[in-house]
Structure formats: structure tokens, C-alpha cells
Write a protein that binds this ligand. Structure first.
Ligand code: FE2
Length: 200
């Protein structure tokens, strides 16, 4: 597959809480977005469900990437400078939506972090696994995000930015939700004003 160069190397949105794109991953041989191992939602936040309504699984289909077949999805977390990471494939089907909500921030999974560390150390991004298709939208605070390209990373401060997603198109919308604790590599990416292109 030929990688399309992105014209604008600067970020489209660069606020204290949202970086779009934080960076862009390119790869010659992306793995499939197939979900081999469905996520159990055991460690998911009741508060998120309370805000968004419905039941887990209504808003998107979620699963853990395959350790061998989808290895690049874990390398992404590493190259973002996130440690102790948790990577999930989230595929939103046509007709599904996740209402606006503020993340609980994986409090059960990262229960070993103090309250202060939880808020300051834990970071989260979305990584798009296919190019944007009509009818797909993500709202981050006051910003509507669309027209993404495969490999682009949307970073947001989960403690401060209400967000929601919808797919009223006719194509599935796969992305990665990557959560982990920050390192200096993360700080450098976040502090850079440019949309850095990173080879996987
Ligand atoms: Fe969320």
C-alpha cells in the first residue's frame, strides 16, 4: 500500500487538553482490524456507562489485539512513550454511538496508582485504523473530529475533555484506544507542536 503524504504537518488542534493529530504512524503492512478476543468489560467504569446509557457492547465492539497477528498495535503504545499500557480495538458499527461522557480513566485497572498519580500519569489516545468514511464523527469538547487518515493519533486529557462518537455511515469505524502511564518520550510528543510521522 502506498502511504499518502499528509499536506499539513502541523497540528489542526493544539490546546492544553487536545492534540490533533498528536502524531501519525505509518506502516507498510498494517495488521487486520479483526477482533479475535472480545473484551469482557469487567474492568470498565460504571460511571461511563451511567453517562452514556445502554449496556457495554451497544456503543462499539471491543477486543484485545492478538499478541502475534496484531503485534504492531502494541508497538504503537511503546512508540507513544506509554508504559503499563492497555490496548483495545474499538470498532463502531454503522448505527452505533457513544453519548458524550467524561472518562472514568480505567480506575479499576490502574488501582495501584494514587488518586493524584492517576490523574497526572495516566494518558489516553485514539489511533485510527482506517481512513475516515462519511457519517463517522468524534466530538472532543467543542471540536468535531472527522476526515482522519489511518495511523493518525488523537490525544486528549481524559480528566478534562468530554467526548462522544457516532457512526451514521455505512462502514465500520475501527480504532485503537490506548491507555498507559507516561514517560519522557510521551512528554516530548505532547510538547511538540508538529504532527510527527513515526514509522512502525
Ligand atoms: Fe471515553
Amino acid at each position: 500500500m502506498v502511504f499518502e503524504m499528509i499536506d499539513n504537518m502541523d497540528r489542526l488542534i493544539d490546546t492544553s487538553h487536545i492534540k490533533w493529530p498528536l502524531c501519525t504512524f505509518q506502516h507498510r503492512d498494517w495488521p487486520s482490524t479483526k477482533i479475535y478476543d472480545r473484551y469482557s468489560y469487567e474492568l470498565s467504569s460504571e460511571s461511563t456507562l451511567g453517562q452514556a446509557g445502554g449496556n457495554w457492547g451497544d456503543h462499539f465492539t471491543s477486543g484485545n489485539p492478538h499478541k502475534e497477528k496484531q503485534k504492531p498495535y502494541f508497538i504503537i503504545a511503546d512508540k507513544l512513550g506509554l508504559e503499563n499500557y492497555h490496548v483495545l480495538i474499538q470498532t463502531q458499527m454503522p448505527g452505533q454511538q457513544m453519548a458524550m461522557h467524561l472518562d472514568g480513566g480505567s480506575r479499576k485497572r490502574y488501582s495501584y496508582l494514587s488518586d493524584a498519580d492517576h490523574k497526572s500519569e495516566l494518558k489516553r489516545v485514539f489511533v485510527f485504523l482506517e481512513d475516515w468514511k462519511e457519517g463517522q464523527i468524534i466530538q472532543m469538547g467543542d471540536h468535531n473530529i472527522a476526515h482522519w487518515k489511518k495511523g493518525q493519533v488523537l490525544a486528549f486529557d481524559w480528566t478534562a475533555v468530554k467526548h462522544g462518537t457516532a457512526n451514521f455511515g455505512s462502514h465500520e469505524r475501527p480504532m485503537l484506544c490506548v491507555t498507559g502511564t507516561k514517560t519522557t518520550k510521551w512528554n516530548d510528543l505532547w510538547g511538540d507542536r508538529h504532527n510527527k510521522i513515526i514509522d512502525l
